[in-house]
Design a protein around this ligand. Structure first.
Ligand code: F6R
Length: 261
């Protein structure tokens, strides 16, 4: 794992945007895996700025989002499709037909899950997958103790996740308790992983993900096995790590081609 500790969440998001923009410039028809949530909001804002001011071109880009709540139609303002339209898609020159978010409101969700996997395969696989990290260590909506080899499927959200997301959802009573999510096996097939985790609430999950054992109790720890994963943290989220000095040493001593800035 490449662990990069930035001073603030803001600088972490700017770095994350640079990493994604670099991929798009190298490969204009890149396939991006995307995440929702509070963590990447500023990253998307920066990508929009890069599009407007630096000409970052999304015209050939394809995207696959990690997850969607079951039961919410795309036009519901709490759906992840709505989130993506608002935070990124409608501000850049992306072809909406090339943006994929699992459908949470179709009659046959099992068929949707199988089809989502096929669409990823048909697109040639994901070049870079953006992830956030749940306070309980989840990635996508793969909650603790689920299989580390799972595929896109319907998952039950944990009580902690429901509580964490209730603040954003507003009305926690009507919050869906199920989601369609890429599985950990699906995520692990992405050629590159970029995970962002910021703030003191993520300290424990970050410790378990990076320095804990590879274990289903912390789904994020599966990334220890990924050949190319970059974890971007801020000072508060990295506070519990044992090897902070080492991560900073490595970062200072990178060769030019290993740097993103
Ligand atoms: C979002 C997702 C989740 C979030 C995680 C962190 O698509 O799959 O795993 O990344 O719950 O959420 P925030 O960023 O709101 O702390």
């Amino acid at each position: 794992m490449e662990v990069i500790i930035q001073e603030t969440a803001n600088s972490g998001c700017l770095l994350g945007a640079k990493i994604i923009a670099k991929k798009i410039r190298e490969k204009p028809d890149a396939v991006l895996g995307l995440a929702t949530g509070r963590t990447p909001e500023k990253l998307y804002r920066e990508l929009v700025r890069m599009h407007r001011e630096d000409g970052l071109d999304f015209s050939q880009v394809t995207t696959f989002n990690l997850d969607e709540y079951v039961g919410l139609p795309p036009e519901n303002d709490q759906s992840y499709r709505y989130f993506m339209n608002e935070h990124l898609f409608r501000h850049v020159n992306i072809d909406l037909a090339k943006t994929h978010v699992p459908a949470g409101n179709v009659a046959d969700l099992h068929a949707e899950c199988r089809d989502y996997e096929k669409r990823i395969q048909d697109a040639g696989g994901i070049d870079i997958q953006l992830l956030g990290l749940g306070r309980n260590g989840h990635i996508g909506f793969n909650e603790p103790t689920g299989s580390l080899r799972s595929r896109t499927w319907i998952k039950i959200l944990s009580e902690q996740t429901l509580n964490d997301n209730a603040a954003v959802f507003g009305d926690s009573e009507s919050m869906p308790k199920h989601a369609v999510t890429m599985g950990i096996g699906t995520i692990m097939e992405a050629r590159q992983i970029l995970l962002l985790a910021f703030g003191p609430a993520k300290v424990r999950a970050v410790m378990e993900m990076i320095e804990g054992p590879l274990a289903a109790v912390c789904p994020g720890s599966a990334l220890q096995e990924h050949p190319r994963s970059t974890i971007v943290l801020d000072e508060p989220s990295s506070a519990g790590l044992r090897f902070v000095d080492h991560y900073k040493w490595v970062d200072r001593n990178k060769l030019t081609w290993q740097r993103y800035d």
